[in-house]
Design a protein around this ligand. Structure first.
Ligand SMILES: [Fe+2]
Ligand SMILES: [Fe+2]
Length: 202
């Protein structure tokens, strides 16, 4: 995969990108269509937020970007199985096998595990950047329209609320995204409740 996060690079960031590309081919077609773009947009947010927090470790953040959703490859049921748990396991296995320092490995693992702000909350600045960049990418992509077209508009609206809550981990970013959140909130209910299937599923 040729896309790389913008500012700076390191061997482990490139290796993490390679591992993501390797695992992506085993995922569903829908994820193969969605994830590369999601990670590219998330990477842009991560770079931008890193510029606001010079004390954060950019390598930890960028490695975590590539790993945070990789656990989808192990999920049989997306509702039942928490991809963050599997993502953490895969990240640890890969980083350990490649002799990454224990300290940075633990930091990446926390970023990955806490990115959903669900049962584990982000405690470090790097983990907050990952959670915010993930949610900000949803707010600046077509994620909610995609979910609406899958016939789950209520879920899309709930996700919008969760994403806006989670960008609040970094109040400057929340403030910046506030007009977009308000716009989505007005826009989504206006969409028809049509479930759009692809030709195969039609
Ligand atoms: Fe995720
Ligand atoms: Fe994500």
């Amino acid at each position: 995969m040729s896309r790389q996060l913008e500012s700076g690079s390191s061997t482990m960031v490139q290796m993490a990108e390679g591992q993501f590309a390797l695992q992506l081919v085993s995922m569903s077609q829908a994820l193969q269509d969605l994830l590369p773009k999601h990670l590219q947009i998330m990477g842009k947010w991560a770079d931008r937020i890193l510029g606001m927090y010079p004390d954060a470790n950019p390598e930890v953040v960028k490695v975590a970007v590539w790993f945070h959703d990789i656990g989808y490859v192990d999920c049989e049921d997306y509702d039942r199985d928490d991809h963050a748990v599997y993502s953490e396991v895969r990240a640890i296995q890969f980083l350990r096998a490649n002799d990454y320092s224990q300290n940075k490995l633990e930091q990446v693992a926390h970023c990955v595990r806490a990115h959903r702000c669900k049962d584990v909350q982000p405690e470090t600045i790097e983990a907050k950047i990952i959670a915010v960049a993930d949610s900000a990418s949803h707010l600046t992509d077509y994620a909610y329209i995609n979910l609406t077209q899958l016939g789950i508009k209520d879920y899309a609206m709930e996700k919008l609320e969760r994403d806006y809550r989670d960008v609040g981990l970094l109040p400057e970013v929340k403030q910046e995204l506030s007009p977009l959140y308000e716009a989505w909130k007005q826009l989504l209910p206006q969409f028809p409740d049509w479930k759009i299937t692809d030709m195969e599923g039609a």
